[in-house]
Design a protein around this ligand. Sequence first.
Ligand SMILES: [Zn+2]
Length: 300
Amino acid sequence: MSVFELVELWCRSHPWTAAAVLLVLGTFAGSFLNVVIHRLPRGESIVRPRSRCPACGQTIRWYDNVPLLSFVLLGARCRRCQGRISWRYPLVELLCGLLWAALFLRFGPGKAFAVHLVFCSALLAVCFIDIDFRIIPNEISLPGIALGLGGSFLWYEQGFHWESILGLLVGGGGLLLVSLLYALLRGREGMGMGDVKLLGMLGAWLGWKSLLFIVLFASIQGVLVTLGMVVGGVQLKPPLPEEGEEPEQELASQMSGQAEAGPQGVPFMAAAIPFGPFLALAAVEYLFLGPWFYGLLRGA
Ligand SMILES: [Zn+2]
């Protein structure tokens, strides 16, 4: 009996203990995702140097870098300069831990679990990078498309590669058409190419049948959150200007775009809210709710 088989056997007989272990491991993965989210869009290496305090630049020692625990023990402050540590770091760590545990309880030990672990962790990074920078990095979406397509031949059940190829074409191509149409009608870009590549990646991983669920759930939740932010008076920070662009101009065009889209001049922020996080969220939800949702459709 191999080590893998032993681990699998143990996981099957102790599912809740295994889920708890994965919760802890997931928080460490989340700690790495924090580095990815912070550095990838800035073009910095995600391996070196070690994590530093954003305020004072002090290298963070390993015992101050334990996921969740250090944040609580240090009272959300840097040990050296007492600068505040953002609650975003423990949030991403916690979300990643919960995601890993939930995926294990959903799929059990095996290939499907491992595959979706990589997929969902990448989506978590995509989600927060898009919130911070309004971009979905090609460094994630393009390898994501390749892995999804390649994986459909290698690690999914027979015949899934056609669903995957169709998923890429319908997801990416469909959103590209919508985006081109919108640009033609309104004279400005409504949806970035990042979203097009992301939906292509989701289609490649989950197959074309998932796209109805993903687009529907992403849109509904996107509208609800947007409405909630408008009602709650939450102000979104404008996206970071691209290199070489004039920040003021960028801001001005954003502001006019917002005002124009809103009813009675109230800035309606739909145009400023990134769609990527909702696509990523819906893709994760599909893994858990997809069978139930399509069962409902078939029953109706
Ligand atoms: Zn510091």
